[in-house]
Ligand binder design. Structure first.
Ligand code: NAI
Ligand code: MG
Length: 326
């Protein structure tokens, strides 16, 4: 009666950081891991970046842990978000004591709309000179995101959340998003502050402590969370969760890191912290906290991978995390 966790390493450093995260999960729980393929390598072999068997396994699983896919990333991750019915991508960005960061006080969480906006897949080449993109925004998706955000801020002990948008220009689409999100927050007695997305980019760089929980449209959340990664010490630190009504997929924010793939020096922290989010989702809150504490301890005292200025290898960092599990 063990939970079934589908494990997709994917390409590049996905093959290095996902096994590290699985080792940590194995150290804290009793799970059944089911390996599945997706990405450039399986496409080269079979012609398909996302085999139907992988899609079905993810759709039927209790949860999925995914690494990264290379050039085929969009062909893999967008359908997998659909497979778990994900309507929100949760991306915490926090700085850790001992890790050099542009903004060491950063501690915020992006709640990114996960199915719509410019990533809805309506892009066309109309002529030699002209391509267009249709941006999709529904009230229902924005309301579902906002309802999640209201619960999220209550759990986090926050007063409210910020809504990032550009409704001053995209009045119809971002206007609809903003109105729906603010209406749900108002109905739940949750405070909101509206921040235009360009202004957000500047403000978060200058003083990230102004922000706590940030609700944003799909593209804005993608870009601004990578920006926040830059504030806290790099992509090797940011986990994420794609949450659906009764299924979820967890993945580091980073990609396949072709510049370091195969060298065994990728930072496993983002993948291990994604596994901690998976533990939370499955109801193992104490184990999740223990994993986060162990990662934090290793980040603060080392060993550290080269992206954080250290010279440790992925497996040394993983072993240290497992050693420090309470
Ligand atoms: P990337 O995140 O793979 O790498 C950006 C930079 O951050 C590189 O210098 C890399 O070495 C570094 N980095 C990333 N993760 C790291 C880690 N765990 N430890 C140490 N350093 C780390 O982004 P990039 O270079 O834009 O994309 C590379 C490939 O990944 C592309 O083919 C892209 O399509 C794919 N990608 C896939 C994603 C996914 O599957 N969800 C997400 C983002 C990119
Ligand atoms: Mg991204």
């Amino acid at each position: 009666n063990h939970e079934e966790i589908v494990v997709i390493e994917g390409d590049g450093i996905g093959r290095e950081v996902v096994p590290a995260a699985v080792e940590v999960l194995d150290a804290v729980g009793d799970f059944e891991f089911v390996a599945a393929d997706a990405g450039d390598a399986v496409k080269a072999e079979t012609g398909e970046a996302l085999p139907q068997a992988t899609y079905d396994a993810v759709a039927d699983a209790d949860a999925t842990l995914f690494g990264a896919a290379g050039e085929t990333a969009a062909d893999v991750i967008l359908p997998l978000r659909t497979a778990v019915g994900s309507f929100v991508n949760v991306r915490p960005a926090r700085a850790y004591p001992g890790v050099e960061a542009v903004q060491p006080e950063t501690d915020l969480v992006f709640l990114r709309e996960n199915t719509e906006g410019v990533y809805a897949g309506h892009e066309d080449r109309l002529s030699e000179d002209l391509s267009t993109l249709t941006r999709v925004v529904t009230t229902s998706a924005a309301e579902r995101l906002a309802a999640f955000a209201c619960e999220f801020v209550a759990d986090r002990g926050s007063d409210g959340f910020q809504v990032v948008h550009k409704a001053n220009v995209m009045r119809e689409t971002d206007g609809r998003f903003r109105d729906a999100v603010v209406d749900v927050a108002d109905a739940n007695g949750v405070d909101t502050e509206e921040v235009l997305m360009d202004a957000f980019a500047t403000r978060v760089c200058l003083d990230p402590t102004q922000f706590d929980v940030v609700v944003c449209p799909n593209l804005a959340g993608d870009v601004l969370s990578d920006l926040a990664a830059g504030l806290v010490g790099g992509l090797g630190l940011l986990p994420s969760a794609n949450i659906g009504p009764d299924n979820a997929l967890f993945e580091p924010v980073h990609g396949t890191a072709p510049d370091i793939a195969g060298e065994g020096v990728a930072n496993p922290s983002a993948a291990i912290l994604s596994a901690a989010m998976l533990l939370d989702h499955l109801g193992y809150g104490a184990a999740a906290d223990a994993v986060r504490d162990a990662v934090e301890s290793v980040l603060s005292s080392g060993p550290r991978t080269p992206d954080l200025g250290g010279d440790a290898r992925t497996d040394a960092v993983t072993d240290a995390v497992i050693d420090r599990l309470a």
